[in-house]
Each structure stands twice: as structure tokens, then as C-alpha cells.
Write a protein that binds this ligand. Sequence first.
Ligand SMILES: Nc1ncnc2c1ncn2[C@@H]1O[C@H](COP(=O)(O)OP(=O)(O)OP(=O)(O)O)[C@@H](O)[C@H]1O
Ligand SMILES: [Mg+2]
Length: 258
Amino acid sequence: MGEVYVFANQKGGVGKTTSTFNLGVALTDIEQRVLLVDLDPQAGLTFYSGYEPDELEQTVFNCLVRDIPVHDLILTTEYGVDLLPANIDLALAEMQLISAPARERRLTRIINQVRNKYDFIIIDSQPSLGILTMNALAAANYVIIPVSCEFLSIRGTLALLKLVAKIRGQLNSTLEIAGILPTMFDSRTNHAREVIRILNEQFSDIHIFPYQVNRSIRFAESAREQKPIFEHKIQVPGALAYRELARDLVKFKLRRSS
Ligand SMILES: Nc1ncnc2c1ncn2[C@@H]1O[C@H](COP(=O)(O)OP(=O)(O)OP(=O)(O)O)[C@@H](O)[C@H]1O
Ligand SMILES: [Mg+2]
């Protein structure tokens, strides 16, 4: 039975999409069956995965709003992960779902159709806390919060934690925070190290993954080239964290099922 993870943080540009794609590929590299779900109308994940969002006629939007069976919409990718894609149509979902019954549980229903086919389903959410992110949190077993290593990012994390608590109370009582993943870490600055220290101090009851995704221009390049960060000819320091995270998630899963 697939476990569902969501990368969430209402702060933009902290590495949600980059993490979703590279973690997904790292998981397939260790023989896991992975579905990535793009739940952001910006469709960065769909592009990163090798597709031109505007050329897609049907996307996750059609499942969410029009009840098209999800099997018909899942795309394969060059790097082994499957993808439920998005494009700008998804921006309309927010409005169209306002009066829909069980509007926060639409994604849960979609994911339940394919859960048995995958070991991991990873959702990329948009940088806001609206109905799409609520759907993602309602469908997930675990949330991973990428936090870029700057002071301002820490403040935003509190708002997300409040939303998670609310979702737990109202929609998904078993939702757990898998951890905070420090991103954009610049090992040369004291500032970045200080942020890690504060994260550990301020969120002492939340797991802070003990590895950081280093800041590297190679991530932007890899997205533009639509290739995972591991494909770069020289090993990119930040890439290793995604390998470690993949191994940890598999370990956690095995531990839970034994
Ligand atoms: N570790 C990193 N070091 C440097 N740049 C990075 C790193 N990770 C991602 N980036 C770049 O930073 C930008 C934002 O990353 P990304 O799109 O993954 O963030 P996001 O949280 O999904 O953003 P949004 O909230 O807009 O969806 C992108 O240009 C990406 O290539
Ligand atoms: Mg994104």
C-alpha cells in the first residue's frame, strides 16, 4: 500500500518542487514504485518531469473537478517516476470546487484509486494554504516541510504547523509531520548554521532531518534541462540529501510494516 507524502510550505521558492522530483527519482533508483502528483497550477513539477504543461489536454484538474478516472491521466517519465500532471487549468479548480460536495477530499478519492500500484505517492503543493493544499494535506499520511535556511522562513513554518493541526482535527486525524528538510543551505555562512540551530531549538518536538540540501545553481539548471540533479556530470553536494531522504523513507516504511 503506497504511503502518501506531501511537500508543503506556503512560502514560495523553498524547494518543494525540486524536492518532490529529486526525491521521487532517488526512490525509484532504490527500486520503489513512485507516483508524483503536481498540485500546483504553476506546473513546475510537470515541466521538471519532462512535459510541456500547456500541451497537455487532461491533467489532475480533470480528475478533481470532472471525475475522470485517474488511470487515464498518469504519464510515465524518462526517469522511472510516474506523474499525475498539472497545468494552469488547475487555477480554476479552487473556484469550481467551492460548492462541490466533500471538496477537501477530492484528491484522497483520486489517490485511493491507484494507491496499490505504488510504494510512494508524493504530492507537490502550491505556495498557499487554499483548497488545493487542504486537499493535499487531507490525502497525505506525512508532510515534509522544506525550509530554506534563512530567518524569515522559520516564521512561515508556524502558519503551516497551525494548518496541519487544524487538518488533523477536521479532516485527517492520522496526518503526521515526517520532518523539516533544510534547503538552500550555504555551508560557508554562519547565518545558515544559525538557522539550523534555531530550527532544532524552536521545533524541538518535530524531526529535523539531519542532512541539508546545499544551495547550488545546479538545481535551477537541472530544472531547466528537465533532468534530475543526479544526472549532472559532477556530483552536486545538495543531491546527496535526497538520496539519504529516500533511504530514510524506505527504512521508516519497512519499520512500520514489520
Ligand atoms: N538547493 C537549492 N539551491 C539553489 N537553488 C535551488 C535549490 N533548490 C531549488 N532551487 C531553485 O530555487 C527555485 C525555487 O525552487 P522550487 O521551485 O523547488 O521551490 P518551490 O517551493 O516549489 O517554489 P513555489 O513555492 O513557487 O512552488 C527554483 O529556481 C529552483 O531551481
Ligand atoms: Mg513549486
